[in-house]
Structure formats: structure tokens, C-alpha cells
Design a protein around this ligand. Structure first.
Ligand SMILES: C[S@@+](CC[C@H](N)C(=O)[O-])C[C@H]1O[C@@H](n2cnc3c(N)ncnc32)[C@H](O)[C@@H]1O
Length: 283
């Protein structure tokens, strides 16, 4: 695809300004591929023409469409299974002890994409029925992408999507087959709140979270943006809460307000909270 480097940079800058995501030169091939649907729709053939259209007044819907198309929404159920096992077997039981007076559990999935991560957690909670009976349990999924949040709210997945990471037994327990696809059942949907939110913006006042997942979102932030993102996440985290990042992500060099939990995978707690809990045995 013919691509003027100046136009390419304008598109990369648009993405970075709106979302913090950096489209470095080695990933600039994504521009042509990700925008091909928009090119077809507009009857144009290259990024230079797109930039001309973006330059005209009243382009806000188009620029939003371009940003959405460039975001990487890759996700699937129980992505990095060992991390969900760690939540299920160690972290959630620990939070249940920490919050036994309040009987309230609040979880944030920041950058939840089309909802599979939040729903995976929801299934774990429903399968620990006894532990959470009588509790107020809420999972909030946020993402900057309007399209992703619309899909998360619909919680309805194609055959291909439902099979990615989700064992058949859980699919049959928690989803119903409909003409539109596999739809999460009432019990599961009742735990979920999905909303559009840029994690670099202040978090709307919806309380503080016991557990914050922010997995595979910060990867393409530059260092300064990552520090801003951590500051925002800390604002919404309970002082004795838990943070889980993606398997390949780290806090090193980006915040000193979190410290890793010994033996955990991608697991962090606010500095100063107890990081080694005697009955929290990681293998
Ligand atoms: C690769 S997906 C990860 C989804 C899920 N957390 C997982 O690990 O499977 C990254 C998501 O982060 C979202 N995202 C990127 N920048 C964001 C920002 N500044 N604020 C909120 N969400 C953002 C993208 O729209 C995308 O849906």
C-alpha cells in the first residue's frame, strides 16, 4: 500500500493523543490493514486521502472510527489460564477474608475489550456460590472503544469466539444459544457493568475496587503514559486491594506505589500492604 510517511505519522499521532497507544514504526503496517474497511466504505485507496478527509470540518465521527479501527481488541475467555487459577484459588479467597465484614466485592477490568475477561471472572464467582452468597458483587468492565463496550454489553459471542478459551461445560452452564450467537445468561450478566472510559482520565466516582485487572493494555503506552495510567489505577484501588497486569507486563520503572506479590504471576499490591500472606501459598 502506498503510504506517505507524513500521513502515517498523523494517523499514529491521532491514536496516541486519543488513547495513549503508540504505533511505533515497526507496527505501522497495522495502519493499512486495520483501516482497509474504512477505505472501502469511503471509496478511497490510501492514507493520504484519509488524512485529507480528516482535515475537513465535521470529521469527528470519522476520526473516532479511525481510532477504534486501530485499537487492538484481541481477547478471549480465561486468557492466560494460570492467572485466572491464581485469582480463583488464592486472591479471591483472600479478599473474601479481608471483606467479610462489609460483604462487598468490587472488581475493575480496565481495558476489558469485548467482555470475555470480565465474564471469565464472573463465571469463577458464580462457581464459588457458597463463598459469595449474600454478598454485593460487582464487576465493572471499562474500555476506550465504544464498539468493544457495545459488544461487551451484548455479551453475545459467535461460535468461534465462544470456543476460544471456554470449556464446553462452562459454555453450556453460563451461556444460552440464540439466533445471534451464545449469550451470557441472566445470572452472569447481573454481575456486570460495562462503560466507556479512557483509563488516562479520572475514574468516575464509582467507589474503590478490591481487585483491578489491567491486562495487555499498557504494552503500547510509552513510559510517561504508563506512569499516568498507574497513577489513575491507584486512584481507583482500595488501599489494601490487588492489581493484576498481563503476564508479560511489569511495574518496574513506572510506579513505586505498587510492589509485586511474592510467588504471584503479574500480581501486585500497594506498597506497604502485606505482600506475603501466610496462607497465600503460590506454587
Ligand atoms: C489487547 S486488549 C486486552 C483485553 C483484555 N484485557 C485481555 O487481556 O484479554 C486491549 C484493550 O485495551 C483498550 N484500550 C487501549 N487504550 C486504552 C485506554 N487509554 N483506556 C481504556 N482502554 C484502552 C483497547 O480498546 C482494547 O480493547
Amino acid at each position: 500500500m502506498d503510504m506517505n510517511l507524513g500521513s502515517q505519522k498523523i494517523i499514529a499521532d491521532l491514536l496516541a493523543i486519543r488513547t495513549g497507544q503508540q504505533l511505533t514504526e515497526d507496527r505501522s503496517w497495522r495502519i493499512g490493514t486495520a483501516l482497509s474497511g474504512i477505505f472501502r466504505q469511503l471509496g478511497i485507496s490510501n492514507v493520504d486521502q484519509l488524512v485529507c478527509l480528516l482535515d475537513q470540518p465535521g470529521h469527528s465521527t470519522l476520526s473516532q472510527q479511525v481510532v477504534e479501527a486501530l485499537l487492538n481488541n484481541e481477547t478471549y475467555f480465561f486468557r492466560d489460564r494460570a492467572m485466572f487459577d491464581q485469582l480463583s484459588d488464592h486472591v479471591l479467597p483472600q479478599i473474601a477474608r479481608q471483606r467479610k465484614k462489609e460483604r462487598s466485592l468490587s472488581i475493575l477490568c480496565a481495558g476489558c475489550s469485548t467482555g470475555q475477561e470480565a465474564l471469565s471472572l464472573g463465571m469463577i464467582l458464580l462457581e464459588q456460590k457458597q463463598r459469595w452468597a449474600g454478598w454485593k458483587v460487582e464487576i465493572t468492565g471499562t474500555d476506550i472503544s465504544h464498539g468493544a463496550i457495545a459488544s461487551a454489553r451484548a455479551s453475545t459471542y459467535s461460535q468461534f469466539e465462544i470456543q476460544r478459551g471456554l470449556p464446553v461445560a462452562q459454555m453450556l452452564t453460563h451461556f444460552n444459544e440464540t439466533p445471534m450467537g451464545w449469550e451470557a445468561n441472566e445470572d452472569l450478566r447481573a454481575l456486570m457493568r460495562f462503560r466507556v472510559h479512557n483509563l488516562l482520565d479520572p475514574m468516575p466516582a464509582i467507589g474503590s475496587f478490591d481487585l483491578v485487572l489491567c491486562r495487555n493494555v499498557l504494552l503500547y503506552f510509552d513510559s510517561e503514559t504508563r506512569q499516568r495510567a498507574f497513577a489513575r489505577l491507584m486512584e481507583s484501588l482500595h488501599p489494601d486491594g490487588w492489581v493484576m497486569l498481563g503476564a508479560g507486563e511489569t511495574i518496574v520503572g513506572h510506579t513505586d506505589r505498587l510492589a509485586s506479590v511474592k510467588g504471584g504471576i503479574g500480581l501486585y499490591r500497594p506498597t506497604g500492604s502485606r505482600l506475603e500472606i501466610p496462607d497465600l501459598q503460590f506454587s
